[in-house]
Design a protein around this ligand. Structure first.
Ligand code: BES
Ligand code: ZN
Length: 441
């Protein structure tokens, strides 16, 4: 195989943005490219059409009685905007200071390609059966993969699912993630008038949708970070003392965290540390607001419409469906009179926690330790990979979250990057894991 880094660059040059219909051809190109690389590694590979973007499936069965790993990743990426904030163009990968800068470098092309490079290097020495399922819709909520998994249990059947789409706790610190938050995402659209009106001629006598949206947002969450939706916390499992203790030992400094994000304070639920709030407590964040005049200077107008979008990150045992229902009920209660409201439920995902005693988790911890020459740490994460809970439920297989990225990789933001060393160690860890697996399954 050619130099894995050159190959990764080829993949990074394809702008496979799943949210933007204009990039449909690029999505197809990225899927074909991966299927081709897996075929060259000795896999039987196929690109499977769905209602949305295609799935790449590939498998190499070395022996019927050998353990089987299903490796999951995604080849789609988030939009690159705002383009002006990138130091080098998002789809022209560039190495600076040992880091690969490109959209998708860490999330998730660099991470999934580490496994493709690993199986290519092992070639005929592949010690276990390996299947790949690589989707093109992760960043838009995996609408096609969920039904595919339900309908193809046998095809995807495996002893363990391996996922690399999460960060390490710190540079050089091998990390296994054993929990992810879930998600419920909602959008509210308000209309108070049939058309925009002059704020002097009509102001004081007509509804103002921008105000109504602000009042409603203010009633979702208080200044202390407590979510005011009745019943929201009902199913939250408290953090165990063992977890608190384990996390307290991780090398974490609040000041560095603030410096890295550019924040001057870390507001949030009292009584919980930053890691606890991100990993094991639910939250609610407004992700977008719009109404009224957005241009230069001033314009005296009352807008007819307003919208806001917000996401709730969930923890076990909160259920996205139930949370969306109680949220919708609450929104109807707090809607001021005089407005029409439309509520849109966007994608969701279940929170997960994977038991640390699982043998394959131990195999993965060993594999990482050998690659990095350091003891592996165990973390939960605040982000979501909705398909993970479906894999656990439908395939009844344990999931290993072996992330090679970093929290500071600028995921979904300008100047996304992936450290070259993390890519190289990722390939090594993947090979180690595959070699060790027969002793643990
Ligand atoms: N790689 C991330 C998930 C992630 C981020 C895990 C940070 C752990 C820490 C993934 O690509 C992602 O962005 N997921 C979305 C899911 C959503 C679009 C349904 C997320 O978490 O917002
Ligand atoms: Zn992402």
């Amino acid at each position: 195989m050619d130099n894995p880094l050159d190959q990764l660059f080829e993949l990074l040059r394809i702008p496979s943005i799943s949210a933007d219909p204009q990039h449909k051809d690029d999505i197809g190109r990225a899927a074909d490219w991966l299927a081709d690389k897996l075929a060259k590694a000795g896999f039987s590979s196929e690109v499977i059409d769905t209602k949305g973007h295609p799935l790449v499936f590939a498998e190499r069965i070395v022996a019927a009685q050998a353990p089987t790993v299903l490796i999951y990743g995604h080849y789609d990426v988030q939009p690159a905007e705002p383009l002006a904030l990138w130091s080098t163009p998002p789809f022209e990968p560039t190495i600076r200071d040992g880091k690969i800068y490109a959209r998708g470098a860490s999330d998730d092309k660099g991470q999934i390609f580490a496994h493709v490079a690993a199986v290519s290097q092992l070639k005929d020495a592949l010690p276990v059966n390996v299947k790949f399922i690589i989707e093109g819709e992760e960043e838009v909520g995996s609408p096609s993969l969920v039904p595919f998994v339900e309908a193809h249990r046998e095809k995807l059947k495996a002893d363990v699912v391996l996922v690399s789409d999460s960060p390490m706790f710190a540079p050089g610190l091998p990390t296994l993630t054993y929990g992810l938050r879930g998600l419920a995402y909602m959008e509210v659209r308000l209309r108070g008038l049939g058309r925009d009106v002059h704020s002097g001629a009509y102001g004081g006598a007509v509804p103002n949708a921008a105000h109504a949206a602000s009042w409603m947002i203010a009633r979702l969450k208080d200044e202390m970070g407590w979510i005011r939706i009745p019943g929201f916390y009902d199913d939250v499992i408290p953090i165990s003392p063992q977890e608190r203790e384990m996390w307290a030992k991780l090398p974490f400094a609040e000041s560095e965290y603030l410096a890295e994000t550019g924040a001057t304070a870390a507001p949030g639920e009292p009584g919980y540390g930053i890691l606890e709030r991100r990993w094991a407590r639910p939250t609610l964040d407004v992700n977008g607001i719009g109404s009224g005049y957005q241009g230069e200077g001033s314009k005296t107008v009352i807008a007819a419409e307003a919208f806001f979008k917000f996401s709730m990150r969930l923890v076990p045992d909160q259920q996205p469906q139930k949370i969306a229902e109680i949220t919708e009920k609450y929104l109807r209660e707090i809607l001021p009179p005089g407005y029409q409201m439309e509520i849109i439920r966007h994608h969701g995902g279940d929170p997960v926690v994977i038991p640390l005693e699982t043998p394959v988790v131990k195999a993965a911890a060993e594999a990482l330790k050998e690659a990095w020459g350091k003891e592996t740490v165990f973390t939960r994460e605040g982000g979501s990979i909705p398909i993970v809970s479906d894999f656990m439920r439908v395939l009844q297989a344990p999931v290993v979250l072996m992330g090679f990225g970093l929290e500071s990789d600028n995921l979904h933001a300008p100047n996304e990057k992936f450290d070259v060393i993390n890519f190289e160690k990722g390939i090594e860890a993947s090979k180690n894991f595959l070699r060790k697996l027969p002793q643990y399954v």
